[in-house]
Design a protein around this ligand. Structure first.
Ligand code: B1M
Length: 208
């Protein structure tokens, strides 16, 4: 095609444009979607995180990495997808109020969906009322909360308490880099998992 002269990125930083393509090539070569995710994409994002912390890259580069990851995930999604019509239950997920990180949340969403659940993704920066409203419409649904910032862990607590106050039988799962088991128990959530698979296993144990 035409060379994109309007690229907003400096010439040495065009890699994000090829992430989807590269992922497609690896899939064609028979590399498993799970290997691409675990051994390439997540490892890459960890490196970006370290550089960001060390002030070697900045927000624009991190955003480009996020876009690259999105492009790769579009290619991977069909490989994690289950056959429709065999839904085991409903999972409502969102990143908590004040927090705009959505890559981890999207991965959890994709994995849960791929394991046969209907997923209602409320996006990022989601307030307690929005989770509660979605839970009212889907009374049996499990709610998943993601937080990536130590500051928004407070909102995760606030939202969990509000959901439980509204209906103590609503199950709440939590996750995200700063979250741990101890925090989960302290705020009264029902499950913590460090990764999407743990959430899938929890749902399989308690819902399906
Ligand atoms: Co932000 N950021 N960021 N960032 N960012 C972190 C989280 C940070 C650790 C970087 C650093 O300093 N090293 C740091 C947080 C420090 C802290 O709070 N202790 C940080 C900061 C400070 C910020 C800003 C404040 C920066 C600023 O503006 N000065 C700002 C905040 C904006 C906001 O949210 N209000 C900000 C902004 C951004 C970008 C917008 C540039 C971009 C986000 C783009 C996007 O998401 N669309 C971004 C990114 C990309 C990162 C890093 C580099 C990568 C996060 C990521 O996507 N990881 C991150 C550093 C790092 O973690 N390496 C960083 C990959 C992803 C697959 O992992 O999300 O952990 P993760 O999800 C995992 C698990 O945690 C788990 O499953 C996933 C797969 O294994 N999981 C769950 C997640 N949710 C789950 C839910 C579950 C179960 C499992 O159940 C429901």
């Amino acid at each position: 095609g035409k060379i994109n002269k309007q690229s907003p990125y400096p010439p040495n930083m065009k890699d994000q444009e090829g992430a989807g393509e590269l992922t497609g090539q690896l899939l064609d070569q028979g590399v498993s979607a799970d290997d691409i995710l675990q051994k390439a994409l997540i490892v890459g994002m960890e490196r970006v995180g370290v550089k960001f912390r060390e002030n070697k890259v900045f927000v624009p580069q991190v955003l480009m990495s996020a876009k690259a990851m999105d492009a790769a995930m579009i290619q991977l999604k069909p490989h994690f997808a289950n056959n429709p019509g065999s839904q085991k239950g409903t999972f409502i997920i969102g990143t908590v109020e004040g927090d705009l990180h959505d890559i981890g949340k999207n991965l959890v969403s994709m994995m849960v969906e791929g394991n046969g659940y209907e997923v209602i993704d409320l996006g990022t920066n989601v307030k307690a009322e929005v989770f509660i409203e979605a839970a009212e419409k889907n009374p049996k649904a499990v709610i998943g909360l993601s937080a990536l910032l130590t500051t928004t862990m407070n909102n995760m607590e606030k939202i969990t308490i509000a959901i439980k106050k509204h209906n103590k039988n609503t199950t709440v799962c939590v996750g995200g880099a700063p979250v741990n088991q101890e925090f989960c128990e302290r705020i009264g959530a029902d499950n913590y998992s460090p990764d999407p698979q743990g959430t899938v296993e929890f749902l399989n144990r308690t819902v399906a």
